[in-house]
Design a protein around this ligand. Structure first.
Ligand code: GDP
Ligand code: IMO
Ligand code: MG
Length: 434
């Protein structure tokens, strides 16, 4: 059976955790393909809130195997804390989670350099999550990274660590005036994690392909979002991996022909955490209310998220670079607060109107959104359970977003719970058997 990719269509935090969890009930594997513990995916089941950073959102179904594939970067200390936390809550992550030996490790010097680089940038900093993500991916590209499999071969681990530290310590001392890091100390810490992590080490390429060949269904769960993509996002205000659908192929080791659904997760408005351009950003009391009503505070860092109106240009762009078969619209309930809603249909810059994502960063940085105004519905829709029971204005708003994005909206979420999801088009991921 073909695979389904779940991708953030904006700047992250679109509700990928909720969507993945909801759609995972009929799947067999949920695979994280990029990013690391910069991600924070919230899954709410009843009165239980789970904030997942590295562990795929399929963990809550006993029938699902959560897989961490080659394209992910792993901080082993953080991963163990997360596994222990889930175990303490009655799940069995040590028996189920599978991790690729090719996934790269986030080392203590990556975390330290993430902090130092940001500090050195001063007011031009990116506002990273300070989890060491950028430096870890940089080492991967420079071919001096350590991988998950290295934890289980002490000799190789030490050799690679020594080689890496020689260079890192020079950097730490000469550029940043910091004390050097000690090979022994890091080796002791990391090799100490090996025993507990060994059962997770898996040939995930084989697992994924054996599953596909056996007719099983796979969800590939993206972290971050399209506009944070290293190649296709708002560079340099991006993360250091490829959240887009293409990244799912390289990150998990599958080909385009293995995939038949690409689901873009998008909020009914836009948020961004960290620095960088944001054309529809709100700085007024409407924005304040959107942040508060939407509970827009980072899942990983607790930072207040910037908010703005839905941006059709970005939605069209995300559709282009991912090729969405479906959109999963989230947080529509939050807009019940507002009398009038705005949707950006284009950007104005230097006397010209851009319908598509502009080719040059300066245009995007200075773009003035061209807004279409729509009436709000001004009521609480969080208890609605059937799409047709939504107020007329809400359905009209959804139609406009669909037209702007150019991809069909299949699900509409009106609250964080699994049950607060409306099915607008009945196209199940896995055909019902029998
Ligand atoms: P992710 O990183 O894409 O998984 O998203 P986050 O979990 O970081 O942020 C999304 C937040 O919105 C979480 O707190 C979710 O519980 C919440 N959420 C998801 N869908 C909805 C929705 O339809 N309505 C409301 N009010 N909250 C939602
Ligand atoms: P999820 O998976 C929102 C942002 C950071 C910063 C930039 C680079 O929960 O959607 P990094 O630490 O990755 O080098 O930071 O990317 N960022 C996210 N923003 N959601 C995320 O993940 C993010 N992961 C990174 O705020 O602007
Ligand atoms: Mg998040």
């Amino acid at each position: 059976m073909p695979a389904t990719i779940i991708v953030g269509a904006q700047w992250g935090d679109e509700g990928k955790g909720k969507a993945t969890d909801l759609l995972a009930d009929t799947t067999d594997l949920v695979v994280r393909y990029q990013g690391g513990n910069n991600a924070g995916h919230t899954v709410i089941v009843g009165d239980q809130v789970f904030k997942l950073h590295l562990i795929p959102s399929g963990i809550l179904y006993p029938n699902v195997l959560p897989v961490i594939a080659d394209g992910v970067v792993i901080d082993p200390k953080v991963m163990l804390e997360e596994l222990d936390g889930l175990q303490a809550r009655g799940l069995d992550p040590f028996a189920r989670v599978r991790v690729s030996g090719n996934a790269h490790l986030i080392m203590p010097y990556h975390r330290e350099l993430d902090l130092l680089i940001e500090r050195r940038l001063g007011k031009n900093n990116l506002g990273t999550t300070k989890r060491g993500i950028g430096p870890a991916y940089a080492d991967k590209a420079s071919r001096v990274g350590l991988r998950f499999q290295d934890l289980f071969d002490e000799k190789i681990f030490r050799q690679k660590l020594e080689a890496a530290l020689e260079h890192k310590n020079e950097q730490l001392a000469r550029i940043y005036n910091r004390l050097p890091m000690d090979v022994e100390e890091i080796a002791r810490e990391y090799l100490g994690y090996a025993e507990r992590l060994r059962p997770l080490l898996t040939d995930t390429t084989d697992l994924i392909h054996t599953s596909l060949e056996a007719g099983k269904h796979i969800i590939l769960e993206g972290a971050q979002g399209t506009l944070l993509d290293l190649d296709h996002g708002t560079y340099p205000f991006v993360t250091s991996s490829n959240p887009v659908a293409g990244g799912a192929l390289t990150g998990a080791g599958i080909g385009p022909r293995h995939v038949d659904r690409v689901i873009g997760i998008t909020k009914a408005y836009v948020t961004r955490v960290g620095a960088g351009p944001f054309p529809t950003e709100l700085f007024d009391e409407v924005g304040e209310r959107m942040t508060d009503v939407g509970g827009e505070y980072g899942t990983t860092t607790g930072r207040r998220r910037r908010v703005g109106w839905f941006d059709g240009v970005l939605a069209r762009y995300a559709n282009r670079v991912n090729g969405f078969t479906d959109l999963f619209l989230t947080k529509l309930d939050v807009l019940g607060e507002f009398e009038t809603l705005k949707v950006a249909t284009g950007y104005r810059y230097d006397g010209q109107v851009y319908e598509h994502f502009p080719p040059h960063q300066s245009i995007f940085h200075h773009a003035e959104p061209v807004f279409e105004e729509l009436p709000g519905w001004g009521s609480d829709i969080s208890a609605v359970t059937e799409y047709d029971d939504l107020p007329r204005a809400a359905r009209d708003y959804i139609d406009v977003l669909e037209e702007q994005a150019g991809a069909p909206i299949t699900w509409v979420s009106v609250g964080p719970q699994r049950s607060q999801t409306l099915v607008r088009r009945d196209v199940p991921l896995v055909p019902a058997s029998g």
